[in-house]
Design a protein. Structure first.
Length: 652
């Protein structure tokens, strides 16, 4: 386990408790009675079936759950369409003219799409995709900024049964090409540019560089996001391959209906980092996924008809899939979406938007909260945040100080905070307070959502108070496999214990049996809430011809949670210098994207290895954290560590 016991003990001494605020109860939350837990436990299949019944189905399922570990099927034989449930079904009643998406671009341009507008655009774009030859089951890559077309493209794929693979716009052309190739996507949807901190992100030119190496791509669809705003945007359109979104939308005649999909048909692939150099394509299907994202959005965010809901995640991550697009739209909510960064044009941008749009439910990441804390409370205090009634966090453990700040400064001490634990693989929230019921404590995600069963186990699979988090019963939105790599699916998630899911996190139970999530126990880093595999960064480093060997570890970072420290051995005859260090950092950015930029590069003649040649990462971590270095007796050459430590301290 990589977690520090002493830090953990401090956490667990956290004595502050926050009962459900009176003001929140006065708003008549969806759930205000803890009996929901017992009810769900008494028959969890019937409980999930009840949720599925809140969705529209073309054909009812014959069986709720078919569990043949680790193969799972939910709502077997059922037929539905995700786009129908997120869009079409809201057209019948009072939601027809309700705002589905309220969007503001970084330069301040605004668009509001009602459910009716959204339906028209999605149905048309689905037709565009069809006419370009996209069929049910085909993969479509989406590489877009946070603009309404991102949601439109996802929903249009769902409408015709195409499988989307959204790639975060911060990823490099190489990363994009790898993901396109792994999924063999036929089409990629991008924009000429995205707006970020006053600058332009050259998405189309990244795509141009990627598709040179992606034989499966037949069409590139380009949304004009720079045109009319940024004068000098000039993207070369390659005849026969590239087409403007607005031209296609103008020329297509009408929309297409929703394709009835099997509950187990694929909805999307989303790549996420693991412990090897190659990201894995997490596969989500239709019925179970939508059921759980619908249920958790409704209960955890307590969404009501009049809410103005804002989840700050990018659609490139799972949080953007489940809690910007599918969960809230399935609930018929009004979703606010923002294109830009929180600190542009100034550091009160998000609070200004909360005030302007009267945001009521706000969901963000601890990393952002820590940055806001550092920027000072004067900024949020300049804005009227009194419409906020519920706050959420996700992506990494939240330290109690950040939780308290969020509670006091943003929540005005009247908003419950839902600290939600889940993963790309789980598809939806798994461990979380239910805001009308759960007494919260700063730093704990509290207890499994009704119907979810989690435990803490040791290596032998015995229940313990501190050890590995384990999910001990199937849940509807679980990943079904790793795209074209069933073996990796079995190995990564199902080989640690028998028929129990291993998420890769450490955790501990407190005296109330609340879960404290302690971070990854594998070689996956969590940098500013983004998952990055150490091996991915190492492969990018050794890809530079000057590098002989590299070992990457995480080091604590005040804002980002973790930062990347890379220990690098250069080839014979190559001298280390600041210049080489910054070139190597740039190379990692080039290979993966800016999120993977190492914060520190430490050159070393040798890496600490065991006699069998295995790099001792634990020691590197100790060095990177400036801790006393642990046991070195198994090292081939204990001197290496002493030298490395001296060197590291010199650099700091
Ligand atoms: C971490 C993001 C503590 C955890 C939805 C998990 C958290 C990984 C929390 C998944 C939380 C997420 N408290 N840790 N509330 N939420 N994590 O796939 O290590 O990007 O395994 O999914 O983030 O990251 P992913």
């Amino acid at each position: 386990m990589s977690t520090e016991p002493s830090a953990l003990d401090d956490l667990l001494q956290e004595g502050r408790r926050f009962p459900v605020p009176e003001a929140f109860l006065e708003g008549a939350p969806h759930v205000s009675d803890a009996s929901v837990y017992a009810e769900a436990e008494s028959d969890f299949e019937a409980y999930w079936e009840g949720w599925a019944e809140e969705l529209d189905w073309y054909e009812r399922w014959d069986q709720v759950l078919d569990w043949q570990p680790p193969r799972v099927k939910w709502f077997v034989g059922g037929k539905l369409n995700v786009c129908h449930n997120c869009v079409d079904r809201h057209l019948k009643g009072s939601r027809r003219n309700k705002a589905a998406l309220i969007w503001e671009g970084e330069p301040g341009d605004v668009r509001v799409l009602t459910y009716h507008d959204l339906h028209r655009l999605v149905a048309k774009f689905a037709n565009v995709l069809k006419q370009l030859g996209v069929e049910k089951g085909d993969r479509v890559a989406i590489y877009l900024p946070m603009i309404p077309e991102a949601a439109i493209a996802m929903l249009a794929c769902a409408r015709i049964g195409a499988v989307h693979s959204v790639v975060f716009g911060g990823f490099s052309p190489d990363s994009l090409a790898d993901r396109i190739n792994d999924a063999e996507a036929k089409v990629v949807i991008t924009a000429d540019v995205g707006h970020r901190r006053g600058g332009l992100v050259p998405l189309k030119s990244n795509v141009d560089r990627a598709v040179v190496n992606t034989p499966s791509i037949e069409h590139v669809i380009v949304v004009a996001r720079g045109a009319g705003i940024a004068e000098d945007v000039d993207v070369g359109m390659q005849a026969g391959r590239d087409q403007w979104y607005h031209d296609l939308m103008r020329d297509v005649r009408g929309g297409v209906p929703c394709e009835p999909m099997d509950a187990e048909d694929l909805l999307y692939i989303l790549y996420t980092s693991g412990t090897t150099g190659k990201p894995k394509g997490v596969v989500h299907t239709t019925g179970g996924y939508l059921t759980q994202v619908y249920a958790t959005t409704k209960w955890v965010f307590d969404l009501k008809e009049e809410d103005r809901y804002w989840c700050t995640a990018d659609v490139g991550w799972v949080t953007g899939h489940s809690y910007v697009v599918y969960g809230p739209l399935a609930n018929g909510a009004t979703v606010f979406m923002y294109e830009g960064a929180p600190d542009w044009p100034d550091r009160s941008r998000l609070w200004q938007l909360c005030e302007k749009y009267g945001i009521t439910v706000f969901y963000t990441a601890p990393t952002a909260i820590r940055a806001f804390m550092r920027w000072g409370e004067a900024l949020p205090k300049q804005h009227n945040l009194s419409d906020l009634r519920l706050l959420g966090t996700v992506g990494e453990p939240i330290n109690p100080e950040a939780w308290m700040w969020y509670h006091r400064v943003i929540g005005g001490e009247r908003c419950p905070i839902v600290d939600t634990w889940w993963q790309t693989e789980t598809g939806a929230i798994m461990i979380t307070p239910v805001p009308g019921v759960t007494e919260t404590k700063p730093g704990t995600a509290t207890r499994p959502f009704p119907g979810i069963q989690a435990q803490i186990l040791n290596d032998d699979g015995d229940e313990v108070r501190a050890g590995y988090l384990a999910i001990t019963r199937p849940w509807p939105s679980m990943l079904r496999t790793v795209w074209r790599d069933e073996e990796r699916y079995r190995q990564t998630y199902w080989s640690k214990w028998k028929d129990v899911y291993f998420p890769g996190d450490g955790a501990k139970l407190d005296e109330d049996d609340h879960f404290w999530i302690l971070g990854r126990v594998d070689d996956v880093l969590n940098v500013a809430g983004h998952r990055i595999g150490t091996m991915e960064v190492e492969s990018a480093l050794v890809d530079d011809k000057r590098v002989a060997e590299a070992a990457v570890v995480g080091k604590s970072h005040e804002i980002k949670g973790q930062a990347i420290a890379a220990f690098v051995t250069l080839k014979e005859g190559i001298d280390s210098s600041d210049q080489v260090a910054s070139e190597l950092k740039a190379h990692v950015v080039e290979k993966i994207g800016a999120i993977a930029r190492p914060e520190a590069i430490i050159f070393t003649a040798d890496l600490p290895k065991t006699r069998s040649g295995k790099i001792m990462r634990r020691l590197l971590k100790d060095i990177a954290e400036g801790r006393a270095v642990g046991d070195t007796t198994t090292l081939a050459d204990p001197e290496v560590v002493r030298k490395l430590k001296d060197r590291y301290e010199d650099e700091e």
